[in-house]
Design a binder for this molecule. Structure first.
Ligand SMILES: C[S@@+](CC[C@H](N)C(=O)[O-])C[C@H]1O[C@@H](n2cnc3c(N)ncnc32)[C@H](O)[C@@H]1O
Length: 281
């Protein structure tokens, strides 16, 4: 039996793929190579159907009407939000053993009790909650003496919504040591809810890393921008990394993903160790 027209996969022409790739690159810096063609076709099918379109051309025309919601929907579909708690643990070890002790003495010396950490591609919350748990563990009972907020941003509204709800299945939290699970999560049926004490330490906001002028008034001690630059080309990465440099205080650290590198980019960052860089003191 033949597949009804309404259920057939809507195919994309070379020109249509190039147009969508250009829109995504211009707005979000995400570089869609030819290898991503089937991802684009697959992830956008339901969007086209919902809108009653029978070709990608109709969708592209709709996008070029600069409709904000459509652009959000596009990036929600195209972006890859894969993440997990305690991912690339070497960063959190470094945080506990080196970065936080340094931040503590730096701020004490400067009569400050404000610590600023930015998780710049926070996805559905696993990374910023991991950062916040480590900050709270490090300071222990003294944590309340610090203004130690954590800013967590992402471009995907879907991911941010999940992050703000903070409810995860059991297999998502199984890398978290049992004691920390008990301290920071409550069991709700088969799911685990981030406790308010942890949740209130993380401020989630929508933010596009391609924004020309970053709006942050104060510098950060640490920026974690992990596993997002893999989607950017060299030029986009270089511009972004130098903007991140400007957002750090001297001696502040940048974390990137372990499969990423700043090698070959023109940037003043000093290499500390794999996936960790520092702004000159
Ligand atoms: C693979 S996830 C990485 C999540 C987390 N940092 C980690 O390492 O586990 C990449 C995230 O980058 C976000 N992203 C992609 N382009 C972005 C942009 N232009 N601005 C802000 N976030 C972006 C995606 O929405 C996605 O949530």
């Amino acid at each position: 039996m033949e597949t009804p027209i309404s259920l057939r996969t809507i195919q994309i022409t070379d020109a249509e793929f190039e147009q969508i790739a250009a829109i995504v690159y211009k707005n979000y810096g995400i570089h869609l190579t030819e290898k991503k063609r089937s991802l684009v076709i697959g992830r956008l099918q339901s969007v086209l159907r919902k809108r009653g379109y029978t070709s990608f051309q109709q969708y592209i025309e709709h996008l070029s009407n600069e409709n904000d919601d459509s652009m959000s929907e596009l990036v929600n579909r195209i972006s890859t939000n894969h993440t997990f708690f305690f991912r690339e643990y070497a960063h959190f070890e470094f945080m506990m053993q080196t970065a936080l002790p340094e931040f503590e003495s730096y701020h004490k010396k400067n009569n400050s009790n404000t610590l600023r950490i930015w998780c710049a591609a926070s996805s559905s919350g696993e990374e910023p909650y991991t950062l916040a748990m480590h900050m709270m563990e490090y300071f222990g009972l003294n944590y309340s003496k610090w203004k130690a907020g954590l800013l967590a941003t992402d471009i995907s509204e879907d991911a941010l919504r999940k992050a703000m709800v903070g409810v995860y299945p059991e297999d998502a939290i199984d890398k978290i040591p049992a004691e920390m699970q008990r301290k920071y999560f409550s069991k709700k049926g088969n799911l685990y809810q981030v406790n308010d004490t942890l949740k209130q330490e993380v401020m989630f906001r929508k933010f596009n890393l391609m924004t020309e002028q970053f709006p942050f008034k104060k510098n950060f001690d640490l920026i974690s921008c992990r596993n997002v630059m893999i989607y950017f080309d060299r030029e986009t990465k270089e511009v972004l990394v130098n903007k991140l440099y400007d957002q750090l205080r001297p001696g502040g650290y940048l974390f990137i993903g372990h499969s990423e590198t700043l090698n070959g980019l023109n940037t003043p960052f000093s290499y500390v160790k794999s996936a960790i860089y520092q702004k000159k003191k």
